[in-house]
Design a protein around this ligand. Sequence first.
Ligand SMILES: C[S@@+](CC[C@H](N)C(=O)[O-])C[C@H]1O[C@@H](n2cnc3c(N)ncnc32)[C@H](O)[C@@H]1O
Length: 195
Amino acid sequence: MWDLYAPFYDLFTSAIPDRVRQAYVDALRLSPADRLLIIGIGTGQDIPLLPESVLIGIDLSSAMLARAARRLRFSPRLRGGLALMDAHDLGFPDASFDRVLLPLVVAVAAEPRVLLREAARACRKGGLVVMFDKFRPAGSPPSLPRRTLNLFSRTLATDITLDPAELVRGLPLRLLSDEPAFLGRQFRILAYEKT
Ligand SMILES: C[S@@+](CC[C@H](N)C(=O)[O-])C[C@H]1O[C@@H](n2cnc3c(N)ncnc32)[C@H](O)[C@@H]1O
């Protein structure tokens, strides 16, 4: 599905302002020596915003990755590379990264909780895991209109009924911040420390 979306993806997502992406890049608090994993890097729209660091970007779609590779070629301050990989089963040893970013990928994944478990596993203790995605309001079950709309949005791409607190329950992740990012609190940026 993402291979099919790839040629149009940047157009679809052009409504998301750079300041939103910049806010979650800032939440990563990157230093030049940090190893950063971006899960579901897509066409690499975050690449031009990243400061000097060691970037590994993974995605399940080769068409999306081909576009990210073009952006990476024009970003000499980033060392690292891209890999075709399923985020449900990351091919990295435990604690391989200082920072893990999940931008708009948790809510499109088949098993969002497995994605977060893998993200936490790949992050070193004391490192940061940051996600940017659309979530339902905290503290209540999904409303009937939201569940109905979800039937369509889930088929096209994305779940809109997820609660991040449920996704990270029991994982070694301590919530540092939970900020509204776009369309009120529909899209949020959550930063966690790996404990
Ligand atoms: C909504 S796009 C987000 C792309 C990019 N992160 C952004 O912010 O624009 C979701 C991306 O996640 C990728 N993806 C979906 N499921 C995945 C999985 N299981 N493993 C790796 N990537 C996945 C898709 O191929 C797609 O590129």
